[in-house]
Write a protein that binds this ligand. Structure first.
Ligand code: CP
Ligand code: NVA
Length: 308
């Protein structure tokens, strides 16, 4: 059975915990290595990862490319505009062809149904590098960062402030799988996907949505935000004004626990969803979070190939 990583539930809580542990171990082994040096065991030697980008990316693109090289494999990076996919070749045909030529496919796209169709027609693992619905790879890196910084996941109180977007959907999904709680401060009309909330609550996670930003952030262990305007939403007007009360600034951080950490998947917009004093301040772990994209992707790929 081919292992696809379209959402976190495809792996489940035990596998996510194993991926985090694997990433911590592998990161330690190569601490003093140059970035391009292979890991000593090269567990994905000779494997080729095809990457398709229908949206911009810095971290996802570089971390998967560096990650597969460290595992002993290589990658082919394609922008959909330069592929026949961008000229109307079907997703199904693309999946079949890439499955004959490559060992795994990572795709960043808009419509989540497209990635489901790709996976249904692929005979190699398909990995979600972000859709409008979810961003599961990001959350493995986020959880890895929290664990590294001494936060035990079960019972953790995570406050999300701002837009109820793809990144938040995956955090909510993770809450159910890893048994932490999420308090969401967001304006009316910008709630996360109810399906993810229902699924997390059904397994005991406490997910609450607040219009009052102070209720969401009070006493939190972790404060998270993301851009107010996700890729593909550039046409949305009047959103910034609605989001302004949820900006993560010093006054907001003061309401969280003294040792609260700040996460942001990046790219950030200083002065909008977060102030420079927070993202560039002592509670921010965003650079560890960004680096951890590499270590997380490697463990995700190893899981896809049954090595975890
Ligand atoms: N966080 C994240 O996915 O960054 P990129 O858009 O640069 O890949
Ligand atoms: N929510 C953002 C995440 C970028 C990594 C977007 O979809 O643009």
């Amino acid at each position: 059975m081919t292992r696809h990583f379209l959402n976190l539930a495809d792996a489940g809580g035990d596998a996510i915990a194993a991926m985090i542990a694997d990433a911590i171990d592998r990161k330690a082994v190569r601490e003093s290595f140059p970035k391009g040096k292979q890991d000593p065991d090269a567990p994905l030697e000779d494997h080729i990862l095809a990457m398709i980008f229908e949206k911009s990316s810095t971290r996802t693109r570089v971390s998967f490319d560096v990650g597969i090289r460290q595992l002993g494999g290589s990658s082919i990076v394609m922008d959909s505009g330069s592929m026949q996919l961008g000229r109307g070749e079907t997703v199904a045909d693309t999946a079949k062809v890439l499955s004959r030529m490559c060992d795994a496919i990572m795709i960043r796209t808009d419509d989540h149904d497209k990635i489901i169709e790709l996976a249904e027609n692929a005979t190699v693992p398909v990995i979600n590098g972000l859709t409008d619905l979810s961003h599961p790879c990001q959350i493995i890196a986020d959880l890895l960062t929290l664990v590294e910084h001494g936060k035990a996941l079960p019972g953790l109180e995570i406050a999300w402030l701002g837009d109820g977007n793809n990144v938040l959907n995956s955090i909510v999904e993770a809450a159910g799988l890893m048994k932490f709680n999420v308090r969401i401060g967001c304006p009316q009309g910008y709630d996360p996907d109810q399906t993810f909330i229902d699924a997390a609550q059904a397994v005991g996670a406490n997910i609450s949505v607040h219009r009052d930003e102070n209720e969401a952030v009070a006493g939190a262990d972790v404060v998270v935000t993301d851009t107010w305007v996700s890729m593909g939403q550039e046409h949305v007007h009047n959103k910034l004004a609605a989001m302004m009360p949820y900006q993560v600034n010093d006054a907001m951080m003061e309401q969280a626990k003294d040792d609260a950490l700040f996460l942001h998947c990046l790219p950030a917009h200083r002065g909008e969803e977060v102030m420079p004093s927070v993202i560039d301040g002592p509670q921010s772990v965003v650079w560890d979070e960004a680096e951890n994209r590499i270590h997380a992707q490697k463990s995700i790929m190893r899981w896809c190939f049954g090595q975890i």
